[in-house]
Structure formats: structure tokens, C-alpha cells
Ligand binder design. Structure first.
Ligand SMILES: NC(=O)C1=CN([C@@H]2O[C@H](COP(=O)(O)OP(=O)(O)OC[C@H]3O[C@@H](n4cnc5c(N)ncnc54)[C@H](O)[C@@H]3O)[C@@H](O)[C@H]2O)C=CC1
Ligand SMILES: O=C(CO)COP(=O)(O)O
Length: 359
């Protein structure tokens, strides 16, 4: 009988805690998974007590997922090396800006045959004026295989057990069922596809579009305008994947990680909410993140900056007017009121089978 697989969750924010609830309870019934799930918690004081102590005593992440009990087999650990010690499966779920520091601490300290599963949405700036997928960065630094999980998964709804779907991107046919069964529940349905790059790129890019949709809401435009911006955003996502991840499949956009995640984030996500508040209050993104999110981190504006970094370096900003406008509005380079002018002549509007009217 092989030894049960040890699982470590690296991250304990809103999504990290929701996924800990699922993985902890699945571990209790799966005989090939070790019952003890370790969860790395970035230590902080909450009302005079350490967050790890609160989680381990009350089984609730009172700061990032209040109102939901974690299974008692989920153990909060403030040291990432200790949490990951001996783990066969490492679930990465931290805001993407912290991934390099976390990996730096783990280099040479994890099992060489461990498998990673990244739930992280964002990109990493790399040499040559480019950006890379977070899973590639983890894989490169830690020298392990890294699969991804992305989907229309607002954490609070998942934690409440409301039905949704998700997408795992995994090329390894032996690993895929293991990850699926570790994550899947009656109300959290997993579809596995092997188009890993597209799955992850969708998850990262939709956060930029959601910020733009927040601007649309803040400016008081209607639902038709919102739908247009979502559609143009989707077309830019497809074009981005087509250019930078050739060989990806269009069908992946119809999985939960694609259109569905774009829709849910553009209606119920933090990026949309902060985008709207940015317009209505005139405060900076950084200030609003602090004021509205109670320690949770916004991914859209920094992802917009990462994408723009590469598009600018390659002279491709004009091909992605919506993503470019979102970045420029966030940084104050462009007035939000000019958003629609920027997308009115979107390349998508030039795609017509008919030529100019000659009547
Ligand atoms: N919240 C959601 O509904 C969903 C989030 N995601 C993605 O999951 C990833 C993680 O997001 P959440 O769990 O929502 O986190 P969060 O935004 O709720 O919480 C922030 C987390 O970062 C930690 N942190 C703060 N400073 C840190 C540092 N210097 N080093 C390491 N950790 C630090 C905090 O302790 C906290 O756990 C992101 O990429 C996000 O886009 C994906 C799907 C759903
Ligand atoms: O990724 C998400 C839902 O799948 C959450 O989006 P927000 O970060 O905008 O809340």
C-alpha cells in the first residue's frame, strides 16, 4: 500500500481558505490522501492574537473567510518551509506578487517529485521585456511539475457550497485524476483539460477586463455598454492567447476558466468593485484596496501593468486597446471618461466581411 499523499496549501487568503475547506474535507474521505493538511499562513495579528493560533483553535480564518469553518484536519503554519515539508502536492494560492519570495524560501526544501497546483491569477515579469505564467515561474524555480486550476469561483460562494464549475489544466494523465478527486465535490465540479497555458492565461487576463467593467459601472453606463466591454475584453483575451501561447485552443475559452470566470468576476468580483469605487471616489487603487478589501489583494491593476509592460515593449498596445486603457486609467495616464473613445474604434469593429458602403 503506497503512503498517503501529503498535501500542503500555500496561502490562506479568501480563496486559499475556501479551497482549504474543500481539500480538508476531501482528505478525510480519500484513503490515498494524508488526513493532515498543512496550510501556510502569512502571519499577522488579528485583535491582538496570531492568525495561525486563531485558525488552529477556532478552525475559522476570521480575517479572510469569516463565517466558514475549516475542517479540523487543516493545520495553519506560519513557516512556509515547515508547512511544505514532505508534501507530495503543493497547492499555490497566494496573491501573485508574492510568489517569487515564497519560491525563494522553498528552493531545495521540497520533495523533488512533488507536484504543484497553482490557483494563482496573474503574470510574472521576466527578462527580455516579457511576462510569463506564474506556473512556469514556480516550475522553473522549484523544478517541479505545476498544473493549474482556474474557474468562475468567487471564494465566498464556493465556501458556502453554492454550485459551480472549475477547470484544471494538466497534461499528465497520471496526475490529473489525483488532483481532480482532491478538489472535486458535488457542488464544485472539475473539468480537466490539457490546454494548460490557455487555462492560466484566461484566469490572469479576466481580472484586467473586470477592472474595466468596474469603470463602466462607476461611470454609470448601461448594461449594453457593460456587455460590449466584456465582449471586447474576451476578444482581446483570445487574441492575447493566440499570439503569446500559440497552439492553444479556442474551446478552452468555453470552459469555466474562460467565459464563465470573466462573467462572474465582471459581476461579483473585487476587481470590478474597486474599479467602480475608483471612478466614484477619485481615490487611488492602492487606497481603495486598503479601505475596501481588509487585507485582501487586488490582482487586476498589477496584471494590467504586467501585460502593458510586454505589449509596450513589443509595440502592440494598439492591438489591445481595452487592456491598455485599463492600465492607463489605473495609473492616471488617461482619464476614465475617455475609456469608450479608446475602445470605440476597437480592431474588433474593423473585422467586417463587407467593404465600405459604395452607394
Ligand atoms: N478570492 C477569490 O474569490 C479568488 C481568488 N483567486 C486567486 O487566488 C490568489 C490568492 O487570492 P486570495 O486567496 O483571494 O487572497 P486574498 O487577496 O484574500 O488575501 C491576501 C493574502 O495574502 C497574504 N499576504 C499578505 N502579504 C503577504 C506576503 N508578503 N507574502 C505572502 N502572503 C502575503 C495575506 O495574509 C492573505 O492571506 C490570487 O491570485 C487570486 O486572483 C482565484 C479565484 C477566486
Ligand atoms: O477570480 C475570481 C473569481 O473566479 C475572483 O475575482 P476577484 O479577485 O475580482 O474577486
Amino acid at each position: 500500500m503506497p503512503k498517503p499523499k501529503k498535501v500542503c496549501i500555500i496561502g490562506s487568503g479568501n480563496w486559499g481558505s475556501a479551497i482549504a475547506k474543500i481539500v480538508g474535507s476531501n482528505a478525510e474521505r480519500l484513503d490515498y490522501v494524508d488526513n493532515r493538511i498543512t496550510m501556510y499562513v502569512y502571519e499577522e495579528m488579528v485583535e491582538g492574537r496570531k492568525l495561525t493560533e486563531i485558525i488552529n483553535e477556532t478552525h475559522e480564518n476570521v480575517k479572510y473567510l469569516p463565517g466558514h469553518k475549516l475542517p479540523p484536519n487543516v493545520v495553519a503554519i506560519p513557516d512556509v518551509v515547515e508547512a511544505a515539508d514532505g508534501a507530495d502536492i503543493l497547492i499555490f494560492v497566494i496573491p501573485h506578487q508574492f510568489i517569487r519570495n515564497i519560491c525563494a524560501a522553498l528552493i531545495g526544501r521540497i520533495k523533488p517529485d512533488a507536484v504543484g497546483l497553482s490557483l494563482i491569477k496573474g503574470f510574472d515579469r521576466v527578462e527580455g521585456g516579457a511576462i510569463d505564467l506564474i506556473s512556469n515561474t514556480i516550475s522553473r524555480l522549484l523544478k517541479i511539475q505545476v498544473c493549474v486550476l482556474m474557474g468562475a469561483n468567487l471564494a465566498n460562494e464556493v465556501a458556502a457550497g453554492m454550485f459551480c464549475e472549475t477547470t484544471i489544466g494538466c497534461k499528465d494523465k497520471r496526475v490529473a485524476p489525483l488532483l481532480r478527486d482532491l478538489i472535486q465535490t458535488e457542488n464544485f465540479k472539475v473539468v480537466v483539460v490539457d490546454d494548460v497555458n490557455a487555462v492560466e492565461a484566461c484566469g490572469a487576463l479576466k481580472n484586467i477586463i473586470a477592472v474595466g467593467v468596474g469603470f463602466v459601472d462607476g461611470l454609470g453606463y448601461g448594461d449594453n455598454t457593460k456587455a460590449a466591454v466584456i465582449r471586447l475584453g474576451l476578444m482581446e483575451m483570445i487574441k492575447f492567447v493566440d499570439i503569446f501561447f500559440p497552439g492553444s485552443r479556442l474551446s478552452t475559452f468555453f470552459e469555466s476558466c474562460g467565459v464563465a470566470d470573466l462573467i462572474t468576476t465582471c459581476f461579483g468580483g473585487r476587481n470590478r468593485r474597486v474599479g467602480e469605487a475608483f471612478i466614484k471616489t477619485g481615490k487611488s487603487i492602492e487606497v481603495l484596496e486598503k479601505e475596501l478589501l481588509n487585507g485582501q489583494k487586488l490582482q487586476g491593476p498589477i496584471t494590467a501593468a504586467e501585460v502593458n509592460f510586454m505589449l509596450k515593449n513589443r509595440g502592440m498596445e494598439a492591438r489591445f486597446p481595452l487592456m491598455t486603457a485599463v492600465h492607463r486609467i489605473c495609473t492616471g495616464e488617461m482619464k476614465a471618461a475617455d475609456l469608450l473613445d479608446h475602445v470605440r474604434n476597437h480592431p474588433e469593429h474593423m473585422q467586417t466581411t463587407f467593404g465600405r458602403c459604395s452607394l
